[in-house]
Design a binder for this molecule. Structure first.
Ligand code: TXA
Ligand code: MG
Length: 338
């Protein structure tokens, strides 16, 4: 396995070498602006199967195909409508994944057997160049073993997946920290299947936006879901976690103090830190929290506590994406104080 260190300067020759691995059907871990991806040639079924094996991912959970140009979108998607075009014009490159009807060249291994394909054009330059030099869409789920928090830096990823890939490109900490917003346009309405950095408010300019009911709710055994990823357990540490939320910060703090025993860990806003016995701060703004949350969720098991208590945030803007991840990390253990 080779590691290219492009944290401080981007060496295009290294990215070309990494692209050679992709072209020969091998796996490459690379940075995007959201989280790291574990990538392979998205049109090569064998290479795609290796991604599923490396992550221990269920085969019916489809992968996003990453492109470096609009031309590449047209190579793999069909029936592109006006709203989708407008969304691409506005948000590509960037943290938005759009679900399109797939063309025949896209193997069913990549789409979990579906006739649709999720497509995203990352804005991270390393990712963009890697795709361009590979001259093929790169299938890439988040770089983590299935069920674990997504990888946002190489030190978190290397133990978990380092021996499963041919090459790792280290581009430093990812900028955003939560995965892309996933949308599907149905009957001119934009359905958010996974919230992310591109918010409901940003999408509203392009049509009516519907937030899928499964985003914050629990999923029943036989529920029909628009995105297979919704069904699977995600982001959960081994330690039991509970989330507490209140619009009223004083009520929030007093509820958490009530739950605190000598062996709990609180994950909280920097501004509330002094109220708790043992805590880790996730920052102040929603941007800070998005950036830090997966790294923190990976750390909590090291504290050997009986319970992790997490402060929830308002489900507005980027807060919806953060709450979607936290609620899953807490396996829907959620207390709201009115
Ligand atoms: O930011 C991101 O999106 C990162 C980076 C690496 O690009 N990727 C990522 O991939 O988060 P992954 O595989 O961890 O999550 C993709 C999600 C899954 O929940 C999957 O079910 C959904 O997108 N998805 C992919 N293709 C789909 C399709 N054709 N229809 C419905 N949902 C789809
Ligand atoms: Mg993932």
């Amino acid at each position: 396995m080779v590691i290219y260190n492009l944290k401080d300067n981007i060496n295009l020759d290294d990215i070309k070498q990494a692209a050679d691995f992709i072209k020969s059907g091998k796996l490459v871990i690379f940075p995007t602006e959201t989280v790291y991806g574990i990538g392979a040639d998205g049109l090569n079924s064998d290479a795609i199967n290796d991604i599923f094996k490396a992550k221990g991912r269920k085969n019916d959970n489809p992968l996003i195909l990453h492109v470096s140009s609009i031309d590449m979108v047209y190579r793999i998607a069909k029936n592109i409508n006006e709203i989708e075009l407008k969304l691409m014009n506005k948000f590509f490159p960037g943290p938005l994944t759009i679900i399109f009807d797939k063309k025949e060249c896209v193997p069913y291994e990549a789409t979990g057997g579906l006739d649709t394909v999720g497509i995203r054009m990352p804005s991270n330059i390393i990712a963009n160049k890697l795709i361009e030099y590979s001259d093929t869409p790169i299938a890439a789920p988040s770089a983590n073993v299935s069920g674990k928090p997504s990888g946002t830096n190489i030190s978190d990823i290397i133990d978990e997946l380092g021996n499963k890939v041919s090459c790792i490109i280290d581009g430093g900490d990812t900028k955003i920290g939560v995965e892309s917003t996933v949308v599907r346009v149905i009957d001119n309405k934009i359905h958010i299947l996974r919230p992310g950095y591109v918010t409901k408010e940003m999408l509203e300019e392009y049509g009516e936006v519907i937030i899928d009911k499964h985003i914050l709710g629990d999923i029943e055994e036989n529920d029909k879901v628009l995105s297979p990823g919704m069904k699977y357990k995600h982001y959960a540490p081994n330690t039991k976690c509970v989330m507490v939320y209140s619009k009223d910060n004083n009520k929030l703090i007093s509820k958490i103090k009530e739950l605190e025993t000598f062996n709990t860990l609180v994950i909280c806003n920097e501004l509330n830190k002094n109220n708790y016995k043992k805590c880790i701060s996730y920052g102040i703004t929603l941007e800070d929290i998005a950036h830090n949350i997966f790294k923190i969720l990976r750390e909590v098991d090291n504290y050997n506590v009986d319970l992790v208590i997490i402060e929830g945030v308002e489900k507005e803007g980027l807060g919806l994406a953060i709450m979607n991840r936290l609620i899953r990390a807490c396996s829907h253990n959620y207390i709201e104080i009115k």
